[in-house]
Design a protein around this ligand. Structure first.
Ligand code: 2HG
Ligand code: ZN
Length: 475
């Protein structure tokens, strides 16, 4: 068979025009490497459609020519999920031009956004009508709605509002044959069988391209209180969370664990940061409590509960931000951990979950086992303790160079993934599988899961053109 690419590129260039089509290497370069610089891919062209019908035409033409498509939003995947392979036989499908807010309804508590809309822009739009979209994460300035849907993103408000799965009310998507799935109607009840909406959420673009989503909004925050707390161990932190829930109802929206080593890394590498508490604590927690209009201030609620926790010795110290600027400064520390870690040197990153109540013991035992099995390594386990999800990152021994990733990290990663699997947990709590965790999913996913995933992929994408090499391990 002759190479279908030149003809396909000609058709796509005519279809999309100069704004929607480029094969220029310089223009494509920033989008062919993931933000951590771990995956370098190649593509024959980058396509930037401006409307759903253009996406449908692209997918139909690619399906006919059997040419792979790699959908991409803000390019902030943690697992190389939006970076094409090195072969250069794929087309990069940038959704960033499709960034319109199609509708915003405070009456329905609903925003309908195109896939390329940036999360922070949605936050701003919702605030204007006294609503908010209750999902946020460090990369909110670049992450797009399509990417958040396709990775079932989590972040720092999952504790109260859940992941994207609970926030997506409707989806519009182009399926791998170019047909349009029109599922935007925000139906609370819909029993027409298999749930395609949920199938597309977290599918990492392997069974279709999400072009728009209807998203649930909640009332805007009237007031928030942000506290920084020092504790001796993750078990005390979890006990504090349960206590706060009893005392404050559902006011606590974020409860983020920050070990001393992570705080130190941020203070060292991120300019303008300073420690919130005078003393050093082995573990810290960032807590955000909120209240809607008319409810008692969350600051008083939090201050009362933390005061009691201090009296009974559950926590070692605490401070509540006295201004919005200070609250932002606390959050900046939390949101800069990834960046600080990256600046510090190589680390084997993990995104683990176990049952919530089991996480403190898991952190303690797994840290001890990893550090004694791999001398010189240091574990930094941080993040979403209240969701039973921490980023269990194993830092390379001091002085290690980039080669540590290739030589030593794989052994560390499989060791950690074995531990979490033995504990009944998951090797990917919120970042997805992408290309980074593909082999580990194949090794540890279990045959029933893997067979079902392969069958779904084969049925919907028989030519394997949708984001190949991601999420679904080959048989
Ligand atoms: C976070 O919670 C992100 O900050 C990134 O999910 C985690 O860098 C990481 O390991
Ligand atoms: Zn996280």
């Amino acid at each position: 068979m002759s190479n279908p690419m030149p003809q396909l590129l000609e058709k796509l260039s005519a279809l999309l025009g100069p704004k929607g089509f480029t094969a220029d290497e310089g223009e494509m370069a920033p989008w062919l490497v993931d933000w951590r610089g771990r995956y370098h891919g190649a593509a024959a062209a980058m396509l930037s459609p401006a409307a759903t019908h253009e996406v449908a035409d692209i997918v139909r033409l690619c399906a006919e020519a059997r040419v792979p498509i790699v959908p991409q939003g803000g390019n902030s995947s943690m697992v190389g999920g939006a970076t094409p392979g090195e072969e250069g036989d794929a087309l990069l499908l940038s959704m960033r031009r499709m960034n319109r807010l199609r509708s915003l309804s405070p009456e329905d508590n609903l925003a309908t956004c195109e896939a390329g809309m940036i999360l922070a822009d949605l936050h701003d739009a919702a605030a204007i009508v006294k609503r908010r979209f209750p999902l946020t994460l460090g990369s909110k300035g670049s992450a797009t709605i399509g990417g958040l849907v396709s990775t079932n993103a989590g972040g720092t408000q999952v504790l109260r509002f859940g992941t994207m799965r609970g926030l997506v009310m409707g989806i519009e998507a182009v399926l791998p044959d170019g047909s349009l799935y029109e599922g935007l109607a925000p139906l609370k009840k819909d029993n027409r069988g298999y749930d395609l909406r949920q199938l597309l959420i977290g599918a990492e673009g392997t069974v279709g391209v999400v072009t728009a989503a209807g998203l649930k909004l909640v009332p805007a925050i009237h007031e928030r209180a942000v506290a920084w707390v020092g504790v001796s161990a993750p078990a005390a932190a979890l006990a504090l969370l349960r206590r706060l829930e009893e005392k404050t109802g559902d006011a606590v929206e974020s409860f983020e664990l920050v070990p001393r080593a992570a705080l130190d890394l941020v203070l060292t590498h991120i300019p303008g940061t300073r420690a919130p508490l005078a003393g050093a604590h082995e573990w810290n927690i960032l807590i955000e409590a909120v209240a809607p209009e008319g409810a008692p201030g969350p600051g008083d609620l939090l201050a009362g509960s933390l005061g009691q926790a201090l009296e009974v010795g559950l926590i070692q110290d605490a401070t509540i931000a006295v201004s919005e600027a200070q609250a932002e400064a606390f959050w900046r520390i939390r949101d800069s951990i990834s960046e600080a870690e990256q600046k510090d040197g190589p680390a084997a990153k993990h995104d683990l979950s176990v049952e919530v109540a089991g996480m403190p013991d898991f952190i303690r035992d797994a840290t001890q086992r990893v550090e004694s099995r791999f001398p010189g390594t240091r574990v930094i386990a941080f993040g979403h303790l209240g969701d039973g999800n921490v980023h269990f990152n194993v830092r390379a021994p001091a002085g290690s160079g980039g080669e540590w990733h290739k030589q030593d990290a794989p052994g560390v990663i499989s060791f950690v993934h074995d531990l979490v699997t033995q504990a009944g947990g998951s090797i990917s709590a919120e970042h997805g599988i992408g290309q980074m965790r593909l082999q580990e999913l194949a090794r540890l996913g279990g045959s029933a899961r893997l067979q079902a995933m392969r069958a779904i992929k084969q049925a919907l994408d028989p030519h394997g053109i949708m984001n190949p090499g991601k999420l679904v391990p080959l048989a």
